[in-house]
Design a protein around this ligand. Structure first.
Ligand SMILES: *Cc1c(COP(=O)(O)O)cnc(C)c1O
Length: 352
């Protein structure tokens, strides 16, 4: 397939103040459509609204998937992507779960590189900033029947984003959610499927209203085992080893999660992917065997956890402060992403 490039005649003014997250979008986007059994009309075009009919299938049954990855530009003007192929492959896996046709990863990766280069001037360079990349696929058949749509639209938009940590890496407070669940085995929790996020909002609001930052999710069956936190994976650094929930089918296989495991193992730290009972976490917090807890995800990279509330009691971890291991992993990962630390794993795709 050929990639058409239609450049804007009307470049937007770039934001000057604080960027925040996901509020500003660059001049161009990637778009392609799927009809009659194939993806077609791949193009980079000016960022613009779509026109969709009210009967468009995505509005009714939520057949849609998305991804999130980042491009980084340093002061030397170099531009890097972090493991972008993993995101595109995961997107195809998510699509397969909800009957969306797959795309050619090599083709879309090349298109993504061209798009990021074209809007390269939009990538901020300050410490902690990046260009957030949001690929999405939506079902676009004009029909109300409940079936896999015959038409789709894929698009990639770019959003210059500020540091996730406007006030430094402050530990978050988690509320262990014992009523609502994020995902169950056999459901869609292993995939970045749009409906998962609508289903998680209520618990997030509940956590906030009780004075916590985010929900910590337990398993759907017994409400005993830790799965994730907000939309991040979670790590527990116990005295003897680091533990993270195993990918049993209800947990999103994060690229950051995988990178943290590979990084720590490479440094000789023991990392166990296993079932982690909330009762063991409570016990570790009480007897001091639990040293640190942190979440991992593309947006925040590492999010240290200072406290968690469970069964009406609050527990502090690491004295409520960011620990050494969390800080180290954050520095290493962001160092590799921006070029400050050599990339000994081959994770980075440098495009400029
Ligand atoms: C995206 C996501 C993550 C983190 O994945 P990364 O690839 O590290 O960004 C974790 N949990 C959920 C539910 C997610 O949607």
């Amino acid at each position: 397939m050929e990639l058409k490039v239609i450049k804007t005649d009307n470049p937007k003014k770039k934001p000057t103040g604080a960027l925040g997250f996901g509020k500003y979008f660059t001049d161009h986007m990637f778009v392609m459509e799927y009809d009659d059994g194939k993806w077609h009309d791949a193009r980079i075009q000016p960022y613009a609204p779509f026109t969709l009919e009210p009967c468009c299938s995505v509005f009714h049954y939520g057949q849609a998937v998305f991804e999130g990855t980042k491009a980084y530009r340093n002061k030397k003007g170099e531009i890097r992507l972090f493991r972008p192929r993993d995101n595109l492959e995961r997107m195809n896996n998510s699509s397969d779960r909800i009957c969306i046709p797959e795309f050619d990863v090599d083709f879309v990766l090349e298109a993504l590189k061209q798009l990021v280069l074209l809007d390269g001037d939009w990538i901020p360079t300050d410490e902690g900033t990046s260009l957030y990349i949001r690929p999405s696929i939506i079902a676009t058949e004009n029909a109300l029947g409940v079936h896999a749509a015959r038409s789709y639209k894929m698009f990639i938009i770019l959003s210059p984003s500020g540091s996730y940590y406007a006030h430094g890496l402050e530990p978050v407070k988690l509320y262990v959610e014992e009523h609502y669940v994020r995902a169950c085995i056999g459901g869609t929790g292993h995939h970045k499927v749009v409906g998962n996020y609508a289903a998680s909002l209520k618990a997030g609001e509940k956590a906030n209203s009780l004075g916590y930052d985010q929900a910590m999710w337990l398993d759907s069956n017994e409400h005993k085992y830790v799965e994730e936190v907000g939309s991040m994976n979670i790590f527990f650094a116990f005295k003897d080893k680091v533990r993270t929930p195993a990918l049993i089918g209800s947990i999103l296989p994060g690229v950051t999660r995988k990178s943290v495991i590979e990084l720590l193992r490479d440094e000789g730290v023991e990392v166990e992917e296993t079932r982690i009972a909330i009762s063991d976490v409570v016990e570790g917090a009480e007897n001091g065997n639990l040293k640190e807890v942190f979440g991992t995800g593309t947006a925040a990279v590492i999010s240290p956890v200072g406290d968690f509330g469970y069964g009406g009691k609050d527990y502090a971890v690491g004295g409520g402060k960011m620990g050494e291991l969390s800080r180290h992993v954050y520095d290493e990962l962001t160092g590799i992403q921006t070029g400050r630390v050599p990339d000994r794993f081959g994770w980075v795709v440098r495009i400029k």
